[in-house]
Write a protein that binds this ligand. Structure first.
Ligand SMILES: [Zn+2]
Length: 468
């Protein structure tokens, strides 16, 4: 609105000025190089204006002409880049779709059009991998790991390759470099941890856990538990190498990190006893019994007595059970000890206290042993033996990842390789039945009979009741 108004005013002013000049009688005389021009001021103005307009037009044309090649070049470059990015995108899509031929084609196109290795190398590597050319992929990943922008991706690529080839040593080294580059990335830290655990590099794995806790990629409590298990592993290794003092120190550390962790308490107490510190060993077992009564602790406690004297063992166990009097494990420990020392009345009292309506396989077995030892009622003994077959299975170490059931705890599940996955639990009957069937190669078994038979055998050497 204002612009239009201003323009109109301007036009008016120019027209008025022109009219004024045209109307004013005037004359101008120019003399130059022997020429003489007589004219009016209006004509002179018009000539100067025309010349200026002509010159401006010429100048515009000239500069457009001068910059044209540069502009054309830039336009061509833009188009190349656009096509390059399109090839890159299409290549990524082909990788995702698993189309190796298309991925390779687009990778080559992107490489040619973009000429920027950091952008195209990942696609080239993936395309090579997809078409099974691991050597080419390796070369791309290696080249990527030498450039700052793509170093991490290159290391990850090489790490995955090393893991696929089962080259744990290289994998660990590559994972360490990747973690160093991005310490707060959860995935690669977990990969490094898994690799270290798989290779039983307990102290290295512990260092990884400490860093993860520091970087807050894992919870402090999870970190403590993991460190307890790893320190336990270091203690086992030290004992295997005959370094008993070191093994003892490590067992102590593991026990301090996780006081409810039975395997660590058992190990610590056993090593303490071996070092002549029997009293300290007994107090470790008792402390653990308060929070987590477990049959493995009973075995260690019994081992603290020099003699094979059943009465003395009974006294030790009575003291232990006194720490958690009403717990079924306390009753079962005392029943076992009473049975061994011929105190049948006490044994029966403790078994009655925990039997309930559906006694577990272990209780049935103890009852059968008791009836047999007393020798008063042979039918009752047979009846208890029959009941073992249908009773609930006894607790055992069960893998919470794959359901594997084992008698001895281990840091890593023997079946699925999961770290710290074994929990003291009652194995499900179905799993026990399936495992049994495998053993018998499909031999027809009564579903009810199969699991108890198996757990019955297992508990015969282990003595395992409920805990946790
Ligand atoms: Zn498992």
């Amino acid at each position: 609105m204002f612009r239009t108004l201003w323009f109109l005013i301007l036009i008016g002013a120019v027209a008025w000025g022109a009219a004024l000049i045209a109307d004013t009688p005037s004359s101008v005389t120019l003399e130059w190089l022997g020429y003489r021009v007589d004219t009016s001021i209006g004509v002179l103005f018009a000539a100067v204006l025309t010349l200026a307009v002509a010159f401006a037009a010429f100048w515009r044309l000239w500069s457009a002409f001068r910059t044209a090649p540069r502009k054309i070049g830039r336009a061509r470059q833009d188009s190349r880049r656009r096509r390059g990015y399109r090839a890159l995108t299409q290549g990524m899509v082909a990788v995702a779709a698993g189309d190796a031929v298309e991925a390779r084609r687009q990778a080559r196109r992107a490489e040619r059009l973009l000429g920027e290795p950091p952008l195209t190398m990942l696609l080239s590597a993936q395309a090579a991998q997809l078409s099974g050319d691991d050597a080419a992929a390796h070369k791309f990943f290696e080249a990527m790991s030498e450039q700052k922008e793509t170093r991490y991706l290159g290391l990850r690529g090489q790490l995955n390759q090393a893991m696929q080839e089962g080259d744990s040593e290289s994998a660990i080294e590559l994972a360490e470099r990747a973690v160093e580059l991005k310490p707060k990335t959860e995935g690669v830290t977990e990969t490094l941890f898994d690799l270290q655990v798989k290779e039983s590099k307990w102290s290295d794995a512990e260092a990884t856990v400490r860093k993860s806790v520091k970087n807050k990629t894992i919870d402090a409590d999870v970190g403590r538990r993991r460190r307890a298990v790893l320190t336990h592993g270091q203690s086992v290794a030290a004992e295997d190498e005959g370094k008993l003092d070191e093994a003892l120190q490590l067992a102590k550390r593991a026990n301090n990190l996780a006081p409810r962790f039975v395997p660590a308490a058992v190990r610590y107490a056993r090593l303490l006893n071996g070092a002549g510190k029997r009293r300290r060993a007994a107090s470790i077992i008792e402390e653990t019994w308060v929070v987590n009564p477990h049959p493995a602790l009973v075995t260690v406690m019994e081992g603290l007595s020099d003699s094979d004297n059943a009465q003395e063992k009974m006294r030790l166990l009575e003291r232990l059970a006194g720490n958690n009097k009403d717990h079924p494990e306390s009753h079962l420990a005392l029943a076992r000890a009473a049975l061994n020392s011929g105190m049948y009345k006490e044994a029966r009292e403790h078994l009655d206290a925990v039997a309930g309506d559906e006694p577990s396989a272990r209780i049935c077995r103890y009852m059968a042993e008791l009836e047999e030892a007393e020798g008063v009622n042979p039918d009752a003994a047979r009846d208890w033996l029959r009941r073992i077959a249908v009773a609930d299975p006894d607790p055992a170490w069960v893998c919470d990842n794959c359901g594997n059931v084992v008698a001895e705890w281990d840091a890593v599940c023997g079946r699925c390789g999961q770290f710290d996955s074994l929990e003291w639990d009652t194995p499900p009957r179905v799993a026990a039945y399936a495992a049994d069937e495998e053993f018998h190669h499909g031999e027809t078994l009564e579903p009810e009979a199969a699991p108890a038979e198996e757990t019955g055998e297992e508990t015969a050497d282990g003595d395992k009741p409920a805990a946790n």
